[in-house]
Design a protein around this ligand. Structure first.
Ligand code: 6R9
Length: 670
């Protein structure tokens, strides 16, 4: 892996309000007349428990796993292995089933309790699904999967819109011990194909179409296109979202309703070992090839449940609303597994924050009396821009905890969230974590940890952080240090491997700094020991909280028949955090002045990866800045786009330093 860490760790203070006070825990949260008592209600209590979790993880997590999860066979050994050898294992002899934990035990206790509030694309179409109903639906689909030959250890791809059946799909796989591999339904046919092939998925769960923000998405058509080249797929089960007439391939495609209708309403869950895989989820890294990050059953589920309990301070009766898509890790952990493991009511939101108006989120909160609300800074920034009038006049008094995730939150957006949405009465939790960490690793606890706008604050239980010098790998002790963020010991929900490529797991996460888990993010530990995440130090771009690799976008561009070479960088963007700028060199003889070609290249990326990866700007250029050994210097492009051409640093190693002036002119004129 090549790390540009030194240049990329942004040492400038993040907060534009250095005089900002520390925000104490809102008094309302600690007032028993107004709110349930937070599980962790003082900084001292957090510190004491945190110490225990680090000094004696076996006792701490052994107790938590017994309290929060139901086991069909108890574990005896809490932890084994670690970061040195990449042989991490937790709760070794134990057996449990994730769908039992997320459905059965709550359905048995109270079948009428609402598990899912489905807030459909059109606001008047919401629907409630009880735990009893969820158990029937999960059992039926699990039975249908089995009847189609899916067994423990097989992979099932899920490419679905945000409808209740998507949640049922994850849980049905978990019920029979099949690994799910959810592919975000914004990915293109080609991206879906690559992920289906990599995981050798045997069956695909999908829908006829999708609905989002009033638009129709041709989900099944995309699946058909993808499956032209996926010999491992024997069966496709299609759920009806719109009832559209979609082509069904005889002998391969079956209707969800027909398949489930034939099955019994109860199917017993497959007992799974703690370390049996639960799912794979693809994420972008430094190379063009996405990684199938694999999570196992017990540790992941414990991380999910424990963070919903402590970070969101979930209490029985709360209504939990995470606005992410189930296609990303945030949806897996905080729409499905975490809330359902605790028997919560979870909101499944099919639409977008601005449909039909920018009040949609706040109408949803008022309508369902949401207590915990979780979204991304990009949504907060976009809504803030549209004006306060959209948030005013809605009854948001049910809210206690406001979460953010996906990228650093700038203080302006934090303040708006805290003041306008939370009315100063709610805790804002800026939760830092990753697909690979499974659940939050640096985050405030609402009743205990005072916050600073823009800081993810302090580590969650069991997370021993280190800020490392990016070059020497030495740990930077004490406060007021900036480097790369790493974790010193394995915790229950850390990913165990990259599907079919353990070597890549070791090389990406454990070998860059031996003995540590490397996050790929830069971070500062400030004078009070608070963590400020500085963004990725590898070639990953974060657009609206979506992780994209420069290499992946570049290879999509190069597939276009006019393109000789491409270099992609992340530039700052007021709404999406970062956006993509692409520098493209055309093949000899291709004219570089066509605006149509610009559009075509953007379309090319949409087609190969998906609309969310589309470059905001494409520059057609004669040459790219390269070293004499041919290494692309993206750093120079980043500086030029950021308007920092006067501080390009050493460009003497460039094969042709004259390229720089041409690029500066090109960017200035575009
Ligand atoms: C959960 C999720 C992970 C990357 C991560 C970092 C960025 C996530 C953040 C944050 C600053 C936060 N990130 N949360 N940066 N503050 N609170 O987003 O997973 O899609 O794997 O992305 O997102 O750069 O490394 P994933």
């Amino acid at each position: 892996m090549t790390l540009n860490s030194l240049q990329k760790v942004n040492k400038a203070p993040m907060s534009e309000h250095p005089e900002d006070p520390i925000y104490p825990v809102p008094a309302r949260l600690l007032d028993p007349a107004q709110c349930p008592k937070p599980y962790i209600s003082s900084l001292e209590q957090y510190q004491q428990l945190y110490r225990q979790s680090i000094d004696d993880p076996s006792t701490f997590f052994g107790k938590l796993a017994t309290e929060l999860l139901s086991w069909s066979k108890p574990f005896h050994t809490v932890k084994h292995g670690g970061l040195d050898h990449g042989d991490i294992a937790w709760f070794l002899e134990g057996q449990l089933n994730a769908s039992y934990n997320c459905v059965d035990r709550h359905a048995l206790a109270d079948p009428n309790k609402i598990a899912i509030i489905y807030e459909a694309d059109e606001p008047n179409q919401s629907e409630n699904i009880t735990y009893g109903e969820l158990l029937r639906q999960v059992s039926q689909l699990a039975g249908a999967l089995r009847a189609r030959g899916i067994k423990k250890g097989d992979t099932v791809a899920i490419y679905m819109p945000m409808i209740p059946e998507a949640v049922v799909a994850l849980l049905a796989c978990a019920r029979i011990g099949a690994m799910h591999s959810v592919v975000f339904a914004g990915f293109s046919a080609e991206a879906l194909r690559d992920r289906v092939q990599d995981a050798s998925s045997r069956l695909v769960l999908t829908s006829d179409q999708g609905k989002r923000g009033g638009k129709t998405i041709e989900t099944k058509k995309i699946v058909d296109e993808a499956l032209k080249n996926c010999p491992s797929v024997e069966t496709v089960i299609v759920c009806q979202r719109t009832g559209a007439d979609v082509p069904m391939k005889a002998g391969r495609d079956y209707w969800w309703g027909d398949e489930c209708g034939k099955r019994t309403n109860y199917l017993s869950p497959e007992p799974m070992h703690s370390e049996d895989p639960l799912f794979i989820l693809y994420t972008s890294g430094s190379t063009g090839q996405p990684k199938g990050v694999m999570h196992t059953t017990a540790g992941y589920l414990l991380g999910a449940a424990a963070t919903v309990k402590y970070v969101f301070d979930y209490h029985p009766g709360d209504i939990f609303a995470c606005m992410a898509d189930v296609g990303w890790i945030t949806g897996h952990t905080y729409i499905v597994y975490g809330p359902l493991a605790l028997g919560a009511t979870t909101v499944l939101f099919e639409s977008i924050p601005t449909y039909p108006t920018p009040s949609r989120y706040w109408e949803l909160v008022a309508k369902h009396k949401v207590t915990q609300f979780y979204t991304a800074p990009t949504a907060i920034r976009a809504l803030r821009r549209l004006g306060d009038e959209w948030v005013e006049g809605h009854d948001l008094s049910s809210l206690r905890v406001l979460g953010t995730v996906g990228e650093p939150i700038n203080p302006e957006a934090w303040h708006w969230y805290y003041d306008k949405v939370g009315k100063g009465r709610c805790a804002v939790v800026d939760t830092f974590w990753q697909t690979e960490t499974g659940s939050h690793i640096v985050t405030p606890l609402p009743g205990a940890i005072p916050t600073k706008p823009g800081s993810a604050t302090l580590p969650f239980f069991g997370i021993e952080l280190a800020v490392l010098d990016p070059v020497s790998g030495k740990e930077l002790e004490g406060n007021n240090v900036t480097g790369v963020l790493a974790v010193k010991k394995a915790w229950p929900s850390i990913a165990r491997t990259v599907y079919n490529n353990h070597q890549r797991y070791l090389e990406t996460y454990l070998k860059p700094y031996p003995g540590y888990y490397f996050t790929g993010d830069g971070a500062t530990r400030d004078k009070d020991g608070y963590i400020w995440i500085r963004g990725r130090v590898d070639d990953v771009i974060n657009v609206s909280g979506h992780r994209l690799s420069t290499a992946e976008i570049e290879s999509a561009l190069i597939m276009h028949n006019t393109v000789a070479e491409a270099a992609v960088i992340g530039a700052n963007d007021d709404v999406t955090g970062q956006c993509i700028h692409a520098f493209v060199c055309l093949k000899p003889g291709v004219s570089c002045h066509s605006t149509d070609l610009n559009k075509e290249l953007v379309l090319q990326v949409r087609k190969v990866i998906g609309p969310f990866a589309a470059p905001k700007k494409v520059y057609l250029v004669e040459d790219l800045p390269k070293t004499r050994s041919g290494k692309l210097m993206r750093r120079i492009l980043r500086k030029i786009v950021a308007g920092e051409s006067d501080s390009l640093g050493d460009i003497s190693t460039l094969a042709d330093p004259a390229v720089v002036a041409t690029l500066i002119a090109k960017v200035a004129n575009s």
